[in-house]
Design a binder for this molecule. Structure first.
Ligand SMILES: [Zn+2]
Ligand SMILES: [Zn+2]
Length: 769
């Protein structure tokens, strides 16, 4: 007689992004398919499975957890431990209890784009959700933008006002159903409805959609209520309406993002490599910056003068329906004027967008939090965040040093984000735009308050930039005094954001290239080489300085910056041919600026890589005025991409000043002017200047590595969003035997500053013992 082995039981703990992504129903499906007994529940930010049955079947379940997980899930560590008693027969999904609230920042999932199953139903005439714009399931739909409080359950979301109809309720309660505990589940019988308003006319439901699509088709601009805010939408192939949108939105040149129906439509407009295709189709559904195809169908003013275009695929069913019905690419851009915060409230949107939109396609599901669209680009083979918002925020990143007290890092001024740090995690809030005025500061404060309230997190320490005029700095000053307030140098935060993402251990070299940041000597920095740890840094090198004639006025007008380098820089540019710029620029303006430089009036010096590239762009005739932040440098990069062949660097020199290695750019600019006057193309010279900056940087880093023995280089700052610099530096530093690291999950630009500040504040708290 063979002994019958008693059924065995195990506890399986799954870490990663496993809540709010349909993970429990998925486990239920697999477990019941394998005839296993037990239960699955959310505990803290993790999923806990108790399972009993034959060992082989349990092994297959564990295999499936990784291999067949829902698209939006990210499986981290899986730990399996034997568990004494066998569970009762059957497999159950256990609902969340209030006591299951996580310690870190889990439990508040980001919004997810519509999944393949829901998309199939959306376009199946027999389905009861055929053409229903608010279709969703546990694998997709709104999350962060509808949550009132945690844990994440329907009655604590913006869906509380929509009682489930019997059929939706049955799906919601059935553990075997794809919509089991899909908190925003809805159908035409019980869920939100579309509305259309234009002038005095209104329409609802399918008719609202028809009228809105017809308006777009005849060249109107409409406001669409999206997931995390209103969007402005128009026909991207119609030059007249795109120009009108630019005028009304007060956005003369900054490129617009374009939404296309699918990957095939994206490929008609841009070159899409596999990494970009994966980013386009991912559940985060970001705007992806792609190399544009010449002769595409888009109106030229969508992204004039640029070799790239920002494309994205439909996020929600509503977007899919519009794209499907119109059969053409659409401009889809934030619902705001110029730099105002994106509108989320219906009344506010109606008021603010009245002069921009010809009609409003809205609905009756409220938006609880402001989430703009995210932007990524593929650099050195990886998708990297340029703007971290919908789909990514408010996801948490690991802290290399746990925070001993809750920290709020308030970020910088431009492209602001904030970070909340607690225990081993830092939650990065969504991109909030430029903190330029009272409105944007109010939006910042509202988002901070909302996320603090959701996570029951009371910041005890505030980390901020050293710049005294940043509105974020002012906020931190109002909230706390030292030692509860920690000032963090801008470029230190940049390079630490990169090091912390990669979990760098020990000291590292930091290259921070950006427009401007406040140095710890009270001067403007921006072309910096640092020897850094998570707590502090020592400056090892920098770019040579030049004055900013008129401060911010020089940022807006690179031509002024060029005069700064020519007449007031740290190094004299050798005499040569008269720069063409001097023929273009009004004589009175030239005289004024030269007087300012000579007398040192309102001419703060800056050691900035970004301003240096701005000046080069103006000297090459690429751009004298910046229509938006960084425009001249972006156009300089586009010009360099047009150049063929491998560019030779221009002359450069590194000199020693005040114990620092300093890039002396006088030979570089002298050669630039001379060769430009001799007829060499601006495109070739733009490529040459990029090459020069790469060589200078490698020379600075190898010297620093020899001196310090530190061989890891963390590259960050807005200039590292320049693909030529990021890839060129990464390759050249590796070739020189150094390890080069770039940001990935947080932007290299100022959107990544808050994470760096949070890491530094946490590390300093730990150091205080
Ligand atoms: Zn779905
Ligand atoms: Zn229903």
């Amino acid at each position: 007689m063979t002994a019958v082995r008693a059924p065995q039981a195990w506890s399986v703990r799954v870490r990663g992004t496993v809540q709010g992504v349909g993970f429990r129903p998925f486990v239920h499906r697999v477990a019941t398919g394998l005839r296993l007994d037990g239960e699955v529940r959310n505990v803290g930010g993790e999923v806990l499975i108790r399972v009993g049955g034959p060992e082989q079947a349990v092994a297959r379940l564990i295999e499936a957890l990784r291999a067949q997980a829902p698209a939006a899930a990210r499986i981290g560590e899986i730990t399996v431990t034997p568990d004494g008693a066998a569970p009762p027969p059957g497999f159950r999904v256990v609902a969340s209890a209030d006591t299951d609230l996580p310690q870190g920042f889990a439990g508040l999932p980001a919004d997810l784009a519509i999944c393949g199953d829901c998309l199939d139903e959306l376009f199946s005439p027999a389905d009861r959700r055929y053409r229903y714009p608010f279709i969703n399931c546990t694998a997709c739909g709104p999350r962060a933008t509808i949550i009132d409080s945690l844990p994440y359950d329907r009655q604590r979301t913006a869906m509380a006002g929509f009682p489930l109809c019997p059929r939706c309720a049955a799906e919601y309660r059935d553990p075997a159903d794809r919509r089991f505990h899909a908190e925003p589940v809805a159908c035409p019988a019980c869920g939100p409805r579309l509305t259309w308003r234009a002038g005095g006319r209104t329409a609802t439901g399918e008719q609202a959609l028809t009228v809105a699509a017809a308006a777009i088709a005849v060249g109107r601009i409409i406001a669409v209520k999206g997931l995390g805010g209103y969007q402005l939408v128009c026909d991207a192939t119609n030059a007249a309406v795109v120009d009108r949108l630019r005028r009304r939105k007060l956005r003369p040149r900054k490129p617009f993002a374009v939404m296309v129906a699918d990957l095939a439509a994206a490929r008609a407009l841009a070159r899409v490599d596999p990494a970009a295709a994966a980013a386009l189709g991912g559940p985060e559904r970001p705007i992806v910056l792609l190399p544009a195809r010449l002769g595409g169908a888009l109106a030229p003013s969508v992204a004039r003068g640029l070799d790239r275009i920002g494309l994205f695929l439909p996020t929600t069913a509503l977007h899919h329906l519009l794209l499907h019905d119109l059969g053409r690419p659409l401009v889809v851009t934030s619902g705001n004027r110029a730099d105002e915060p994106i509108a989320i409230d219906d009344a506010e949107a109606a008021d603010r967008l009245a002069g921009i939109a010809d009609g409003f396609l809205g609905h009756d599901r409220p938006i609880r939090a402001r989430y703009d669209d995210s932007v990524v680009q593929v650099v050195a083979g990886s998708a990297r965040l340029v703007r971290r918002a919908r789909g990514y925020a408010p996801g948490a990143l690991t802290l290399p040093v746990p925070a001993r007290k809750p920290i709020l890092a308030v970020g910088a001024q431009l492209k602001n984000t904030f970070a909340l740090a607690r225990a081993g995690q830092a939650l990065i809030g969504p991109h909030g735009g430029d903190l330029a005025d009272a409105d944007s500061l109010a939006a910042f404060e509202a988002t901070v308050a909302q996320l603090c309230r959701l996570h029951r997190c009371e910041p005890e320490v505030y980390a901020h930039d050293l710049h005294p005029d940043y509105l974020s700095t002012g906020y931190a000053q109002r909230m706390a005094t030292p030692p509860r307030r920690v000032g963090v140098q801008h470029h230190h935060a940049h390079v630490v954001s990169c090091a912390a993402e990669h979990g760098v251990d020990g000291p590292f070299l930091g290259v921070a290239y950006d427009g401007l940041g406040f140095g710890d000597d009270g001067r403007f920095w921006g072309g910096e080489l640092l020897l850094s740890t998570y707590t502090g840094f020592r400056r090892l090198g920098r770019f040579g300085t030049a004055p900013l004639p008129g401060g911010q006025a020089a940022v807006r007008r690179p031509a002024r910056m060029a005069l700064g380098y020519l007449y007031g820089g740290e190094f004299p540019v050798p005499p040569g041919p008269v720069p063409a710029l001097l023929h273009r620029m009004p004589a009175a303006e030239q005289a004024l600026i030269r007087r300012m430089i000579e007398r040192g009036v309102h001419c703060p010096p800056a050691s900035s890589a970004g301003r240096f590239l701005d000046a080069a762009a103006s000297l090459l005739g690429v751009r004298d005025d910046a229509g938006y932040e960084g425009e001249a440098a972006i156009l300089l990069e586009a010009a360099a991409h047009r150049a063929g062949g491998r560019p030779e660097p221009l002359p450069w020199r590194i000199t020693r000043i005040g114990g620092l290695w300093v890039y002396d750019w006088s030979g570089t600019l002298g050669a630039l002017l001379e060769r430009g006057a001799a007829g060499e193309s601006a495109d070739d010279l733009a490529a040459a200047i990029h090459r020069t900056v790469i060589e200078v940087t490698v020379a600075l880093c190898t010297r620093a590595a020899e001196r310090t023995g530190v061989r890891t280089v963390c590259l960050s700052g807005g200039c590292l969003q320049n693909r030529i610099l990021a890839t060129g530096l990464s390759d050249a530093l590796s070739a020189a035997g150094l390890t080069a690291l770039l940001n990935r999950q947080v932007p290299a630009g100022d959107g990544g500053i808050s994470y760096g500040q949070a890491v530094i504040a946490a590390a300093r708290l730990a150091g205080d013992g």
